[in-house]
Design a protein. Structure first.
Length: 252
């Protein structure tokens, strides 16, 4: 049972590693066609080679903070897919810095990719969805960091808080056009991005102290949530932030 995802055209930004790559695999398993982008050319080629063995998949290198790159991405995605029915707006960066040590260049880079990039890709896809009047689904990647302030992540927290509010505003404005908009708020997930911020011992300690289910998330956990929100089963879910965190935000 594909729940309305069979044959859908799915554009996935940040789709060449971690959660994005797992999401591409999940949508291919659902019978969708996917087009992915990433900022690293080698990673993009490796992802396309893998995904092409699983179904209809293509992609390109793109920097989501660049308007020119985003235009080229949406044009290429639409050409490959026929139509973008679902946008998985997933690209993002994260690194640690204490607030008083945080420099403006790091702040600007985080906002450029995590928030500006989210806006640019969503706007470009929504314009196409409005133009043909057939609606669609846009799913933005926020974070549990949009819901609370984690130490050493002021820039990341602020960017993801912005994604949450962007999602809500998009939902208000795009809902009448038949475009459903939601965001995901994953907790700690085992991805290459997070692997760069810690080690296995730190992962285990974090899970023991902060996650009631006793483990960190897997990319596939988040991919399943993306697939649910894109499906017909979620037809009346709009303007929501779905938390996928193993109970992390329930801890006082």
């Amino acid at each position: 049972m594909t729940r309305g995802l069979d044959g859908r055209g799915v554009l996935i930004s940040g789709g060449t590693s971690g959660i994005g790559l797992a999401t591409a695999r999940r949508f291919l398993d659902e019978g969708s066609r996917v087009f992915v982008c990433g900022v690293d050319e080698f990673e993009v080629k490796a992802a396309i080679a893998e995904l092409s063995g699983l179904g209809s998949a293509d992609g390109m290198r793109a920097d989501v903070s660049s308007e020119d790159d985003v235009r080229a991405l949406v044009d290429a995605g639409e050409s490959a897919l026929g139509r973008v029915d679902v946008l998985i707006n997933n690209a993002g960066v994260a690194d640690k810095a204490k607030f008083l040590d945080l420099d403006a260049a790091t702040w600007d880079r985080t906002m450029a990719i995590n928030l500006r990039g989210m806006f640019l890709v969503a706007r470009a896809v929504a314009e196409r969805m409005r133009a043909d009047g057939r609606g669609g689904v846009i799913l933005n990647m926020a974070s549990t960091n949009a819901l609370g302030g984690e130490e050493e992540f002021a820039h990341y927290n602020a960017s993801k808080g912005g994604v949450l509010q962007l999602t809500r505003t998009m939902a208000v404005e795009l809902g009448p056009l038949g475009i459903r908009v939601n965001c995901l708020c994953p907790g700690f997930v085992d991805t290459p991005l997070n692997r760069a911020l810690g080690n296995e011992d730190e992962f285990r300690e974090y899970a023991r102290a902060r996650i009631p289910l006793g483990r960190v998330g897997r990319p596939e956990d988040v991919a399943a949530a993306y697939a649910f929100l894109a499906s017909d089963d979620a037809a009346f879910i709009h303007g929501a932030a779905l938390v996928v965190d193993g109970g992390q935000t329930a801890v006082m």
